[in-house]
Design a protein around this ligand. Structure first.
Ligand code: ZN
Ligand code: FE
Ligand code: FE
Ligand code: ZN
Length: 264
């Protein structure tokens, strides 16, 4: 059984390709029974405008997914990947309330104005203290969790994307307080297989973090972070075996922001 793919983008974000119908066809071809589109949420304040739909395009996204949901062979969930950054609170929380999402994924791609996972800004890693970056990142994760506005944390250990890892002992010490807050918020985290396509060469999060999440009963979703149809369900067999190795027997699905537990 291949689990639901809960992290799929659309061309509206300007850096993904393919028509929605092609993503649906790719999912069906892989034997996937459910996908959630989670495109990058628009920002009315111009934040990272080049990587997301224009604010006024949002009804197009809604309409595209409404059509996709007519598919009889695949369950399509209505999701969004919303950036969490200081200042987003001013519009995001109200905006989320007005939409009919099945799930809201919260992701952190920015520390200050630095898009630390942006390949165009990779060189900036040379001028920073890697451990300090992780500390700042995890402080944002805690704020995200404490806000109580998100269902799933996207790519939980994203700063390792280009290979900037913490030692296991540091990771264990620094990540646990954030996991405690995620558990307290009742949030899930995703196993995101896009890390396998990057220099990180492993899924987000690491085996170690996943074990720590399991100890806290934090639910998981699976996401390919597809920006093209071919990546739907990317390496999900491997992701499922890693989840099992870490003690998971179930994963989470969402309907109208309510969690549904599904056997693995
Ligand atoms: Zn993207
Ligand atoms: Fe992301
Ligand atoms: Fe994504
Ligand atoms: Zn993403």
């Amino acid at each position: 059984m291949i689990p639901s793919d809960y992290h799929v983008h659309t061309h509206l974000c300007k850096h993904a390709v393919g028509q929605v119908q092609e993503y649906l066809a790719a999912a069906k071809a892989k034997g996937i029974r459910e996908i959630a589109f989670t495109d990058h949420a628009p920002t009315p304040d111009g934040f990272d405008a080049r990587n997301r739909m224009i604010y006024d395009q949002y009804p197009i996204y809604e309409k595209m997914l409404e059509e996709a949901r007519l598919d009889k062979d695949l369950v399509v969930r209505y999701g969004i990947e919303a950036d969490f950054y200081p200042g987003c609170e001013q519009y995001l929380y109200d905006w989320l309330k007005k939409q009919n999402f099945d799930l809201v994924m919260g992701s952190i791609h920015f520390i200050g104005t630095w898009g630390f996972d942006d390949p165009d800004r990779l060189s900036e890693w040379a001028n920073v203290d890697v451990k300090a970056v992780w500390r700042e990142y995890l402080a944002l994760v805690i704020k995200l969790a404490d806000s109580g506005r998100f269902d799933v944390l996207g790519h939980p250990d994203l700063p390792k994307k280009f290979g900037h890892r913490l030692k296991d002992s540091d990771s264990k010490e620094m990540v646990q307080p954030a996991l405690d807050r995620i558990a307290k918020a009742g949030m899930a985290i995703e196993i995101n297989t896009s890390g396998l396509r990057r220099a990180a060469k492993e899924q987000y999060p690491s085996h170690l973090i996943l074990e720590l999440a399991r100890e806290r009963d934090i639910p998981i979703t699976f996401g390919s972070d597809s920006h093209c149809p071919e990546h739907v369900g990317y390496e999900f067999e491997q992701a499922v075996s890693i989840a099992r190795e870490c003690g998971y027997t179930h994963y989470a699905r969402f309907l109208k922001r309510e969690k549904i537990s599904e056997a693995l």
